[in-house]
Design a protein around this ligand. Structure first.
Ligand code: TXA
Ligand code: MG
Length: 320
């Protein structure tokens, strides 16, 4: 029997029982548990095989709940929350003392957002605790954008996946932290730098490939398929280099004529970067299931969501 279900009250029962439910959001599916239950939080780390140095995002039902989670909110954080919540922006702020260390990996800050998905907002409103929810994939692998993707990863390990359709935005939230009240982007994501700068002015990006970074979504190898993947600006040259191999292609907007390549996915025929973002992980999942020798991905324009997509593709290709 499938563990995929749209029954919100069943999800409430499981979560009240300190167990896990995979939940839909507008970015990717999350693997959710009660932030105040040690049992649930341990289960999240165990199920994902996630290292304990990698802290979790707290999901709340509305901005009104923010002050229960954090203290000393900078003015610019308030402006960003007002502009983008519910939505794909995560704020890293100083935590309230009652937020468990297991959520924050011992840091004095906590990541928090209000997801923009009606099913999950209803779920959060029916619970009397917030939900910790990392992306619902084993650590390092491609994030899930459908209930089926989650089922493929965890059908033997979790009780329920709350059905919420395909994730509209398709890549993770943009994470913003503060250093002396100045906002800094820790992880590129679903909201473009341009959109953020329109609210708070020029912003710097800490986008390094670190071993133990501020946001481990910034780990060099992350979001990776098991098939060898490369990123290129010159598709035709890469195809020649790998001629004779079973190739899968991820292109931005064009399709190419090449009879020897059976698996070609264009992320957006209309060159729409939001559409490309929403199709990205599905394309990686699909090609990864085809037993290919190599996935060749085309670099997208490096602005707007193109920047976030290129970031994910780079991490998908790192040293494999
Ligand atoms: O869109 C999303 O953000 C999805 C959905 C489910 O909400 N969640 C997600 O969670 O992407 P996860 O665990 O895969 O990524 C959370 C990121 C990690 O890179 C983590 O290091 C960072 O948030 N993070 C969490 N707490 C932090 C903190 N206190 N300081 C810096 N980074 C933090
Ligand atoms: Mg993740």
């Amino acid at each position: 029997m499938s563990i995929i279900s749209s029954d919100i009250s069943k999800a409430v029962n499981i979560l009240n029982n300190e167990e896990l439910v995979a939940i839909p959001t507008e970015t990717v599916y999350g693997l959710a548990g009660n932030i105040f239950s040690e049992k649930a939080i341990n289960a999240i780390f165990e199920t994902k095989k996630r290292p304990f140095f990698n802290p979790l995002i707290v999901h709340i039902s509305s901005v009104n709940y923010l002050e229960n989670i954090v203290i000393d909110i900078p003015e610019k954080a308030k402006q960003l929350a007002t502009a983008f919540w519910p939505g794909s922006l995560t704020l890293v702020l100083k935590k309230q003392p009652n937020i468990p260390d297991s959520i924050t990996s011992g840091k004095d800050t906590v990541a928090v957002r209000v997801p923009n998905h009606t099913v999950t907002l209803k779920l959060l409103e029916s619970l009397n605790f917030p939900l910790a929810a990392p992306s619902a994939n084993p650590f390092g692998s491609i994030s899930p954008t459908t209930a089926k993707h989650v089922e493929g990863y965890f059908k033997d390990n979790i009780k329920m996946i709350l059905e919420g359709g395909s994730c509209k935005n398709g890549i993770e939230s943009t994470i913003i932290g503060f250093e002396n009240e100045t906002p800094i982007v820790y992880r590129l994501g679903s909201i473009s730098i341009e959109a953020i700068e329109a609210v708070v002015g020029k912003i710097s990006i800490k986008n390094k490939k670190e071993i133990q970074p501020d946001a481990p979504g910034m780990l060099a190898r992350h979001y990776a398929p098991s098939t060898k993947t490369i990123l290129t600006e010159n598709i035709n040259k890469a195809i020649k280099t790998y001629s004779g191999k079973k190739i899968g292609l991820i292109l931005f907007n064009t399709s190419i004529e090449n009879d020897s390549i059976k698996h070609i996915i264009a992320l957006s025929k209309n060159s729409d970067l939001s559409e490309a973002a929403s199709n990205l992980y599905n394309a990686l999942h699909e090609l990864d299931d085809q037993n290919l020798d190599i996935i060749i991905a085309e670099k997208l324009p490096d602005y707007g969501l193109g920047k976030s997509i290129n970031d994910r593709l780079k991490r998908a290709t790192f040293s494999n």
